[in-house]
Design a protein around this ligand. Structure first.
Ligand SMILES: NC(=O)c1ccc[n+]([C@@H]2O[C@H](COP(=O)([O-])OP(=O)(O)OC[C@H]3O[C@@H](n4cnc5c(N)ncnc54)[C@H](O)[C@@H]3O)[C@@H](O)[C@H]2O)c1
Ligand SMILES: [Zn+2]
Length: 354
């Protein structure tokens, strides 16, 4: 068993252990006096894991209700949120009760935001069941839903009271969804840990899964503790994401998953930074190899204009600044400030170093 303590405003523990889902009840007992829980999950995860989580909670004396919604990003909406609020009132959930977010990042973000706002905030615990959710979205307290104008535009910072990561629950993931999380793990390696990167590039990821989850979460924990409300250092976690988000947007969030888009984003930005001498030569090739190992895409046929246009907020003016996340070398991320004008040149390959 591995444990990580997160010392944000409300501190909490993250436990990583195979089979921990079956002990949900006893872990939950340590953080609440309530007797009533609502498990929030999607239809796929419901069939796989709700029963064991519910049974474990019931064994500890909790009354458990279950709210299930259809899987997929389109459920991370105001509509599902509203249905969930109605469900919580119907079940007479009070301020001392709590929500259990059981599933991937969609469940965690939606259930977390419901917990942040229902009755001005109730407790919630995270039981992430995708690799991405275990190493990324379940840690850090960002919760949100999507609205028509864009993704994650309505949300809140609300830290979970407890996170339970069961590496065994990842066995039922498709290779593609698993690889989505690997892209984020490669990102952590790039910005903070060469040894993690080497394991992902050459090692046996399944054999080291628990350690990898532990290391990724530790990196995120360190960054989040320094910058809980995302005003500075936390930006390092956006390595590969500026172009990644542009790619997701260009393809209307359909053709490429988030992890796939981030993989291309990391390769592109590092390739460019190498040309300008801002990243040690050879890094982009290594990142490429790591991504290819998990069948993540590494390049796309997109023009620099398309990429720039879709990675900038429309209101950004030419002289305003932008924080690019680059790496000096594998394991050493840094923030590089450019103006919008410079960014355009950067992406089109015409940038002159300062
Ligand atoms: N809050 C944050 O800090 C943060 C960070 C990164 C991403 N996110 C958000 O996370 C979401 C993406 O998360 P995701 O990739 O986990 O997507 P997801 O929650 O949609 O899960 C992907 C698919 O896997 C299925 N699934 C989940 N667990 C499974 C399991 N154990 N076995 C089989 N199938 C399983 C789900 O039903 C779903 O169909 C996005 O909405 C993104 O905005 C949030
Ligand atoms: Zn990401």
């Amino acid at each position: 068993m591995k444990t990580i303590s997160v010392k944000t405003g409300v501190p909490y523990e993250i436990y990583i252990q195979r089979g921990i889902l079956q002990q949900t009840g006893s872990y939950t007992r340590t953080i609440t006096d309530s007797d009533h829980a609502v498990i929030v999950t999607d239809d796929i995860v419901d069939k796989l894991y709700t029963q064991q989580v519910k049974a474990s909670l019931e064994q500890e004396g909790f009354l458990v209700d279950v709210f299930v919604f259809p899987h997929g990003e389109s459920s991370k909406s105001m509509q599902t949120l509203s249905n969930l609020f109605n469900f919580l009132t119907e079940k007479q959930i009070t301020r001392k009760d709590f929500i259990v977010a059981l599933g991937g990042g969609v469940v965690g973000d939606l259930a977390g935001f419901a917990a942040a706002s229902y009755l001005r905030g109730i407790d919630f615990i995270q039981i992430p069941t995708t690799f991405l959710a275990q190493i990324d979205s379940s840690v850090g307290g960002k919760t949100a839903v999507d609205i028509e104008a864009g993704k994650n535009l309505v949300g809140a910072f609300h830290q979970p009271r407890l996170v339970l990561c069961d590496p065994d629950s990842l066995k039922t993931l498709s290779d593609e969804i698993f690889a989505d999380g690997v892209a984020e793990a490669i990102k952590y390696g790039c910005i903070q840990s060469e040894s993690l990167f080497d394991t992902l590039l050459n090692g046996d990821i399944q054999a080291h899964l628990e350690e990898i989850i532990f290391e990724c979460i530790s990196i995120k924990r360190d960054v989040v503790e320094q910058d809980e409300f995302d005003r500075g250092q936390r930006m390092l976690l956006n390595f590969g994401h500026t172009l990644g988000h542009a790619i997701e947007k260009i393809y209307h969030y359909e053709t490429y998953t988030h992890g796939q888009a981030v993989a291309v984003g990391m390769c592109l930005i590092t390739n460019l930074a190498e040309q300008y001498g801002l990243t040690e030569a050879g890094c982009s090739q290594k990142i490429r190899q790591a991504c290819e190992r998990y069948h993540l895409p590494v390049e796309l046929n997109l023009s620099s204009e398309e990429l720039v246009q879709n990675s900038l907020n429309d209101k950004k003016r030419e002289k305003s600044n932008l924080n690019l996340i680059l790496i000096h070398t594998i394991g050493k991320g840094y923030i590089y400030r450019v103006t919008v004008e410079e960014y355009k040149k950067f992406v089109s390959g015409e940038y002159q170093c300062k």
